[in-house]
Design a binder for this molecule. Structure first.
Ligand SMILES: [Zn+2]
Length: 448
């Protein structure tokens, strides 16, 4: 049994508070401010760390606990220390004050995304060192700059220039650990992959003319038909490894009719959404579930027309296209072209397309996450999942990254949901303490 150091939770809260008091809004970033806090915490416990500076102030920080006789490749505790910007006048409290309120909430930009996990990982990393445990593999801690804006000055740069400092077999990151109540039981999602993205550009042309005389065949008329077709486009269901294992785990845990339903769904190449829709998933999870079982195409930007009285000959629309792991961007582009036919011309918006990634959901590390959770909440089941958005995980090919930072109950999820990238971001200290303890226990599982 792992003994939890008495001060672990308080240390984690104290470190989170210190991180929240550094302003690392990106742009411009200034992640060096948080990195300095982390460096001091590590130094106070005799742990050396290194700044990896991609551009002035854009600092990622890395540290390592070395195993004397390693029997496996390292594990990596990863996170990011940049945060999205704030509109301070819309906050009830100072977004960089790190205030603790009477109800036990710690306030500040990054409290949820994701200085909480950085602090939890840091506290667990330091406690592991203090425990004096003999490690079976190296444990690496890294806090990246520049996640929110794509990782050019953070994970991507570190991977391309200093891979040796972070290379690991497995990593733990943001993106999972969310409890879901399904059929009266509690499940925790573990992010085992994420979708890729490629921007599509749709160019619609038509007859130009004087707007005082209505004509047929204009770009706007073609656009409305093309958008209707795009909206009606039913992307086929694709069940990737993670979602397959997720459904199997649900079926096994709940049994009965659900087990039969899952077997029926998984026996088909491309089950219809109407079948997936009847799974007893929480209603507020259903649109996410739909997004992780198909490619998606959502128009987001439009430009065309310069003058009120001129019918424009061309309009362009940008389409945010999210691809499942394994999906071929060229094939999706060709399908999109087929959908709109000769109403419009489809092309890629950028030169390179981001493909989706998927860590092996059936791994010893995933099993360790499950085993650790079982000791903390008996009877709980961890299910792998994909996320529809992106994190730094996609920038670290070769490292199996799992998103997991669990909170003890579903109680506060409704409070948290709108706070990520929103106003009044805050975390309850009970959640921070629980999740920190999880990281510490997991490290004992996989590295001692
Ligand atoms: Zn984040």
């Amino acid at each position: 049994m792992t003994t939890i150091p008495e001060n672990l939770g308080n240390e984690s809260i104290r470190m989170l508070q210190a991180l929240l008091r550094t302003d690392t809004q990106s742009p411009p970033g200034n992640e060096i401010r948080s990195a300095e806090v982390i460096r001091e915490e590590l130094a106070a416990h005799g742990i050396e760390s290194e700044f990896l500076e991609a551009a002035p102030g854009r600092v990622s920080i890395v540290a390592r606990l070395t195993a004397a006789n390693p029997t496996a490749r390292p594990v990596l505790l990863m996170g990011h220390i940049d945060v999205v910007t704030v509109e301070p006048e819309k906050w009830t409290r100072d977004p960089f004050g790190g205030e603790l309120d009477d109800d036990g909430f710690l306030w500040g930009r990054g409290a949820l995304d994701m200085k909480c996990q950085v602090a939890g990982e840091l506290a667990a990393f330091i406690a592991l060192k203090e425990s004096g445990a003999a490690l079976t593999r190296d444990v690496i801690f890294v806090a990246f700059a520049d996640e929110e804006a794509g990782g050019t000055y953070g994970a991507d740069w570190v991977y391309k220039n200093h891979l040796d400092k972070i290379d690991a077999e497995f990593a733990i990151n943001e993106g999972g650990g969310t409890p879901l109540e399904i059929a009266g039981r509690t499940f925790y999602t573990c992010q085992a992959g994420e979708k890729g993205s490629c921007g599509l550009k749709m160019t619609v042309r038509g007859l130009p003319g004087h707007a005082s005389v209505p004509i047929q065949g204009t770009a706007f008329q073609n656009l409305s038909k093309a958008l209707e077709r795009l909206d009606a486009w039913q992307h086929p269901t694709v069940i990737t490894k993670s979602v397959r294992l997720m459904l199997e785990s649900l079926g096994n845990a709940i049994g009965g009719d659900l087990a039969e339903q899952v077997t029926a769904i998984l026996s088909q190449d491309s089950p219809d959404w109407s079948e997936l829709e009847t799974l007893p998933l929480p209603d507020d999870y259903k649109s996410s579930f739909k997004a992780i079982t198909r490619n998606t195409t959502v128009p987001t930007m439009i430009s065309g027309g310069k003058q009120l009285n001129v019918i424009p000959g061309e309009i362009t629309v940008c389409i945010d296209c999210r691809l499942l792991p394994g999906a071929d961007p060229d094939a999706v582009l060709a399908e999109a072209q087929e959908i709109v036919g000769d109403l419009a011309e489809m092309s890629f918006l950028y030169e390179t397309q981001e493909v989706g990634i998927e860590a092996d959901p059936a791994s010893s590390f995933f099993d360790a996450i499950q085993a650790t959770m079982s000791t903390m909440i008996p009877g709980v089941t961890v299910i792998p999942t994909l996320i529809s958005g992106g994190t730094d995980a996609a920038l670290l090919p070769g490292i199996k990254v799992y998103g997991f930072y669990p909170f003890p109950s579903t109680d506060r999820l409704a409070i948290y949901d709108p706070l990520v990238h929103g106003h009044d971001e805050r975390i309850h200290v009970d959640d921070q303490v629980f999740a920190t303890e999880f990281v510490y226990r997991l490290l004992w599982h996989v590295a001692v």
